[in-house]
Design a protein around this ligand. Structure first.
Ligand SMILES: Cc1cc2nc3c(=O)[nH]c(=O)nc-3n(C[C@H](O)[C@H](O)[C@H](O)COP(=O)(O)OP(=O)(O)OC[C@H]3O[C@@H](n4cnc5c(N)ncnc54)[C@H](O)[C@@H]3O)c2cc1C
Length: 393
């Protein structure tokens, strides 16, 4: 279920959870459902779930599966309008090669598979809203209340923070009027990520940056764009040597490497980009005719409100016990890129394993300490599946 406005409540909350005691008498008097709080004239529906997951990146999505497998319901909140985190927002069309069982799968393809895999557990998504506050209004160990930037309120027995690098955004080049050219559709204007390579078909584009993203996208868009200008301030690149070699081999064949030059000005008006002026360090200027500028200067990540939720922080990450993924606040767990411990590998597959550890650690917390009776998925199945079957259709 997708709830973009945060106004739809969870169906099938677990019965053993106590109802939220917030102004119930007044709520009943005016005919509100029992889980509503009334704050002056503002009515807020409190949504209840076992686990609230902050972040719908690949790792947050897989946490829905692992929680579901131990019988825990989930609400998932993401600041972005779509699920998938970095895979959807930064490299939907790039192939990933290190997901077990998939020799090659695109970022978007992985997210689609995950969405399908978690669907039987009926997660409720709250997209386009950031979790601003996480509180323990009923005292320690008695559940959490999350409030989002759109005013959605979720009460959960436990919280899993799968927030990646936090709310992320691009490092913008300092160019006059740049905002005017951002957000243009169809491969025109200024972009910091590529959602669909096809948008740039037959366009003239300037790609700026010297890292993996810039080099990989230049290789990917070569043959799709009519002309690529690859601009970097040095004649050295911080990208995989193999990719850099491929880039150099394309120089002069529909792709021109323009080094050592820096972006200097955007040409055009009314949101329509017509060119990019670049300048060398000794002041030599070139005007590159272009429909689009793809600027890949990295991302600035900001944990934002997460830093205020009372958990210990270590260089913008949440230190966890690797056995359980619990943070310094009992009941709040962290998995995926945001979590850190000795030897941590920031890989999707590591995050998937952490999701399993967190779900297994949360189960006894929400079941009066009862240990989890472990079962393989082959024995247990998922809702609507045929466990123990032959696996043949
Ligand atoms: C170009 C590129 C290529 C990569 N290739 C690979 C690869 O080949 N293999 C591999 O294993 N990894 C790869 N990675 C890394 C991989 O994408 C990350 O490890 C993975 O996305 C981490 O997943 P996550 O779910 O922890 O976080 P993310 O994918 O970062 O998702 C976190 C989500 O949390 C949301 N969020 C943050 N704060 C809040 C808040 N307060 N409220 C609501 N939502 C919030 C964000 O909006 C985001 O959607 C690559 C990364 C990049 C950039």
């Amino acid at each position: 279920m997708i709830d973009r406005d945060g106004q739809r409540s969870l169906t099938g909350s677990r019965k053993r959870r106590k109802p939220v005691k917030t102004c119930l008498t007044f709520g009943r008097m005016i005919g509100l459902p029992v889980c509503c709080s009334v704050d002056a004239f503002k009515v807020t529906t409190v949504q209840k779930t076992d686990v609230a997951i902050v972040g719908a990146g690949p790792v947050g999505l897989f946490a829905v599966f692992e929680c579901g497998m131990v019988g825990l319901t989930c609400h998932v909140v993401d600041a972005l309008d779509a699920i998938g985190g970095q895979c959807s927002a930064l490299y939907p069309e790039k192939p990933i090669y290190d997901i077990p069982g998939f020799p090659q799968i695109s970022g978007a393809g992985l997210v689609e598979q995950l969405e399908q895999q978690v669907a039987p557990f009926k997660p409720v998504y709250h997209l386009g809203q950031r979790v601003d506050k996480v509180e323990q209004p009923h005292g320690q160990g008695r559940g959490f209340r999350l409030t989002t930037s759109k005013g959605t309120v979720i009460e959960a027995g436990a919280v899993i923070v799968a927030a990646g690098a936090g709310a992320f955004g691009p490092n913008r080049p300092p160019l006059d009027r740049i905002e005017q050219f951002e957000g243009q559709p169809g491969g025109c204007g200024v972009h910091y990520l590529v959602r669909r390579a096809e948008d740039f078909r037959a366009r003239k584009i300037v790609i700026a940056g010297g890292g993996d993203s810039a080099v990989d996208w230049a290789l990917m868009l070569h043959g799709i764009a009519s002309q690529i200008w690859f601009v970097h301030r040095r004649d050295q690149f911080r990208a995989a040597p193999d990719s850099v070699a491929k880039l150099r081999a394309l120089d002069g064949h529909g792709l021109n490497i323009v080094v050592p030059y820096q972006l200097d000005a955007l040409e055009g008006g009314n949101g329509v980009l017509t060119g990019v002026t670049v300048k060398s360090l000794d002041g030599d200027a070139k005007l590159l005719p272009a429909d689009a500028l793809l600027a890949f200067f990295g991302l600035k990540s900001d944990l934002g409100p997460i830093a205020q939720w009372g958990m210990d922080l270590e260089r913008h990450h949440l230190p966890v016990d690797p056995a359980t993924c619990q943070t310094s606040v009992p009941g709040i767990f962290a998995i995926g890129d945001v979590a850190t411990y000795r030897g941590k590998l920031k890989l999707i597959l590591t995050g998937f394993a952490e999701a399993a550890s967190a779900a297994h650690a949360i189960y006894p917390l929400l079941n009066d300490g009862k240990p989890l009776h472990f079962e393989y998925s082959t024995s247990k199945g998922t809702p609507g599946s045929n466990p123990g079957g032959t696996g043949k259709a």
